[in-house]
Design a protein around this ligand. Sequence first.
Ligand code: IPE
Ligand code: IPE
Ligand code: MG
Length: 247
Amino acid sequence: MDSKSKINLKKLPRHIAIIMDGNGRWAKEQNRPRIYGHHNGVKSVREATEAAAELGIEFLTLYAFSTENWNRPITEVTALMTLLVETIKKEVKTLNKNNIRLQAIGDLSKLPQKSHKALLRAIEDTANNTRMTLVLALNYSAKWEIVEAARKIATMTKAGKISEVEIDETIFSNALATKDIPDPELLIRTSGETRISNFLLWQIAYAELYFTDTLWPDFRKNHLYEAILNYQSRERRFGKISEQLSK
Ligand code: IPE
Ligand code: IPE
Ligand code: MG
């Protein structure tokens, strides 16, 4: 039996988040420039998106560019931004054909104008799609998001819209960039690195973490199936003990 058919469709995560890592190392292995790896990572984005949508996953979030990634050599940053515009423009048709809605989280206003415009356009053009939501984390960092949320709540409090005692987890969650998105149950990171790199710190409080040595440009549908199967084999206890869980 292949991995896909072993998946229990009744126990799917609603939301999968992926830290797409290893493009540079993949290119280096072939003595090619790092950007060659990024270009080849686009196919993996397509595969992961298609596989998730076909299974019935509701949300797929992909970490595409962190606020820390601005510190890379300028040539790489520029090439990544160009690739982003090109890819987004090219993929809108497919997203619409597959009924997939695009959204983005991060400090989008700091993206180069061209990338920002292409992104907003694609979000608008896919806004009515209902099968799955693909969320791109762009110029995103969890610490940035959390500080922004604190600022929003402070403003609401100062304006008298809420009082300090009312601030709770729901109000905080609703002040985050992910406010209409359920927390991911499964977080995947490729390339063998086992860190979070400033991704969704609040939202992954109870996510199952899955690390694979596969480099992102090698990631295919089957890798997603394997990750989901691994997730389904785990016992999620949420602080309780095994015996309390209904099997
Ligand atoms: C992930 O691959 C893509 C981005 C961070 C934009 P990397 O570019 O980080 O690849 P490695 O980690 O250097 O191999
Ligand atoms: C994390 O990957 C960011 C993205 C995948 C966009 P990095 O390659 O930038 O992470 P670090 O710097 O190795 O932790
Ligand atoms: Mg990396």
